[in-house]
Design a protein around this ligand. Structure first.
Ligand code: PAF
Length: 283
């Protein structure tokens, strides 16, 4: 496995693989890899001859006061894990390589359809940061396909939309959430949890699952379902940001006509200093 930190080196390598007729898949990450990321790599390997993983903690997608500085970094271990999964190239640029004029001067990609709701409402600028770095990675690697986890359900919607709106010829593949046996969705941020918080953390999945069961049982009182899930979260020690039943396609609130639509229950809640997100498809 090669580790590259320069854009021109990645471009040269990809051009060579293309000349050999090899397809390329990209797995963008911020490192500190866990089994969820490795599942993305396995999907990528099943779809392309050459898998490139990026490891870049993107300052542009962190708001003031968020965890950019303390975001866990474990590059040597990440490389071992990626090599063992058959990744051909790790692209790990510096901030200066990605944002030569500095993040504040960077031209931004905005996806307005999804940026003002749910995560976007709570984390202003977050999705512009994600959309911008992902667009840059797409332009650098020019992959045939790219794989993202469904745990960041809204992020996946943002990326599908930007690919459509900017006519990028890239197949976006969503990969299922990987969970611990007690239901907690794997996340790099889970390691911020104290042992006591870790014991409570599956409560987010449980609250969303109870909401999902109500939806699947035909209950259409969205506001009551969401309020009950938030109350359950509070009762077990979370500070909920939101629980929302939405249409999976566009993340808009369902109305009566959507009774049979493909729905998703999304939630975000804090346990101490750690903010967790999760989602479950319903229907
Ligand atoms: O999901 C993530 O880890 C990040 O948001 C991504 C897609 C790698 C962009 O920085």
């Amino acid at each position: 496995m090669q580790t590259l930190d320069r854009i021109d080196a990645v471009r040269r390598l990809v051009a060579g693989r293309r000349r050999d007729g090899v397809s390329v898949a990209l797995v963008p990450t911020m490192g500190n890899l866990h089994e969820g990321h490795l599942s993305l790599v396995r999907v990528a390997r099943s779809r392309a001859g050459c898998v490139i993983a990026s490891v870049f903690v993107n300052p542009l997608q962190f708001g003031p006061g968020e965890d950019f500085d303390r975001y866990p970094r474990s590059f040597a271990r990440d490389c071992e894990l990626l090599a063992a999964e058959g990744v051909e190239v790790v692209f790990a640029p510096t901030v200066a390589e990605m944002y030569p004029a500095g993040p504040a001067q960077q031209t931004l990609v905005e996806v307005p359809a999804f940026s003002g709701m749910l995560e976007g409402q709570r984390r202003p600028g977050h999705f512009a940061g994600v959309a911008t770095v992902v667009t840059k990675l797409f332009n650098i690697v020019a992959p045939d396909a790219a794989v993202f986890g469904e745990k960041d359900f809204q992020q996946l919607a943002v990326i599908r939309r930007l690919v459509r709106d900017l006519c990028l010829p890239i197949d976006i593949i969503g990969a299922p959430i990987v969970r611990d046996p007690d239901g907690l969705a794997l996340s790099s941020r889970n390691q911020y949890l104290s042992p006591a918080e870790r014991r409570l953390a599956p409560g987010l999945h449980q609250a969303l699952d109870a909401a999902r069961r109500r939806v699947e049982a035909g209950d259409r009182s969205w506001a009551a379902i969401e309020a009950e899930a938030c109350a359950v979260l509070e009762a077990v020690g979370f500070e909920p940001d939101y629980v929302a039943v939405r249409r999976a396609l566009d993340l808009l609130p369902p109305d009566g006509a959507d009774a049979a639509a493909d729905l998703v229950v999304l939630g975000a809640a804090r346990l101490g200093r750690t903010r967790l997100i999760d989602n479950l498809r319903a229907g």
